[in-house]
Design a binder for this molecule. Structure first.
Ligand SMILES: NC(=O)c1ccc[n+]([C@@H]2O[C@H](COP(=O)([O-])OP(=O)(O)OC[C@H]3O[C@@H](n4cnc5c(N)ncnc54)[C@H](O)[C@@H]3O)[C@@H](O)[C@H]2O)c1
Length: 350
């Protein structure tokens, strides 16, 4: 079996201070410096962390290209094993190791927070390199990107609803939000504010009380795939839409922030075959990166940055219209939009 390396650069490094496996995957810098968050989580082995970094950095290339950003795709993974206890000392050592490793990329890779890391952690990494973003506002950054990501998801949801139901309004619609975290909770609040009946689900039972206090309905995670609703919002982890789950789904529209939702690209056809409109995750989830790079790199104001995030709705409309007209899937159209831009700029000598 031949396996082509599609990534420009992959670094696997054992932290000299932390001893932890640190992985930086750069998928593409064709449009500009690679950008992507630092994920710190447990894996079966560091090789699983490497596979995650490869997949997530590729998705970042598509996310940036489809959003019109002059940036490429990258990702950092700190792969913890089952037993490692992340003490404050170990975290500090890992962040110092990361700072050194990111600095060695000399501005060709920009990092930020992701699952398992925070804006405060980025302030620590900043001691070693300027190429890290989303520091807390008191350190001059834009902080947690959950709010702009949720704004972009809501814009994508409204464009999707217009396409499927003929109206962008969520009044009276039933929506399942799977994952009541930073983005999911904000999306749920936005939809409830629009008059939707919102059902939320999370593996973390401790979130249940807050959801009920907000007037939302709680759903056990195992009930999510088969529960009938108008819309599903995957806002937890990747790999949640495989052939078996898709066969079970009883919704008409799927739009959410979780990265890499499909177990593989063929699932996009299975969804379309069942008459379910799926908005590609790398389009719907781009609000955070669009906002952060706008504010922190382009130095634009808050309103202009939010305007750029809301343009995700225009992209979704374009993709869904093209897919309907051409008889293709929204994923095929989104990939075509991204690769056309990559090819055009590569042809222009970038
Ligand atoms: N935060 C951002 O700016 C951003 C940007 C782009 C993409 N994303 C992606 O969106 C998703 C949500 O991001 P977030 O920042 O809200 O993360 P988060 O960690 O704040 O929230 C995720 C929630 O999902 C829950 N969860 C985990 N596994 C679950 C499962 N199997 N079923 C139900 N719930 C489960 C967790 O308990 C947690 O409450 C992630 O996949 C993330 O990679 C986030």
């Amino acid at each position: 079996m031949t396996q082509t390396l599609e990534h420009e650069e992959v670094t696997v490094h054992r932290g000299s201070r932390s001893g932890l496996p640190l992985i930086i995957a750069i998928h593409s810098r064709a449009l500009g410096p690679a950008v992507g968050g630092i994920r710190l989580r447990r894996y079966g082995s560091w090789r699983d962390g490497l596979a995650d970094a490869l997949r997530l950095s590729e998705a970042m290339t598509y996310k940036c290209a489809a959003s019109g950003l002059d940036f490429g795709g990258g990702k950092t993974v700190v792969a913890l094993d089952r037993h490692t206890d992340v003490t404050p000392q170990l975290r500090a050592a890992a962040l110092a190791d990361l700072g050194e490793l990111i600095a060695s990329h000399e501005g060709t890779y920009y990092a930020g927070p992701d699952i398992g890391t925070t804006p405060d952690d980025m302030a620590v990494v900043r001691r070693s390199t300027p190429y890290v973003f989303c520091l807390p506002e008191e350190h001059g950054g834009t902080g947690d990107s959950g709010t702009p990501t949720a704004t972009g998801v809501l814009a994508a949801l409204r464009a999707g609803a217009e396409h499927v139901f003929g109206t962008a309004s969520f009044a009276g619609r039933s929506v399942i939000v799977s994952g009541y975290g930073s983005v999911g909770s904000r999306v749920a609040a936005g939809l409830a504010g629009d008059g939707a009946r919102v059902l939320v689900s999370d593996v973390d039972e401790s979130k249940r009380a807050a959801a009920l206090r907000s007037g939302l309905t709680w759903l056990a995670p195992e009930e999510v795939p088969a529960t009938a609703a108008d819309v599903l919002v995957p806002a937890a982890v990747g790999g949640v839409l495989g052939p078996e789950t898709v066969a079970e789904l009883d919704v008409r529209l799927v739009v959410g922030p979780a990265n890499n939702q499909l177990t593989d690209d063929s699932v996009a056809e299975a969804l379309a075959g069942r008459g379910i409109v799926w908005v590609p995750d790398f389009v719907a989830s781009a609000g955070g990166v669009v906002y952060t790079l706008g504010r922190e790199v382009d130095q634009i104001g808050r309103e202009e940055a939010v305007r750029r995030v809301l343009a995700i709705g225009d992209t979704v409309r374009l993709l869904l219209d093209r897919a309907r007209t051409d008889g293709t899937t929204p994923l095929a159209e989104a990939k075509s939009l991204a690769t056309t831009r990559l090819a055009r700029l590569a042809g222009a000598g970038r």
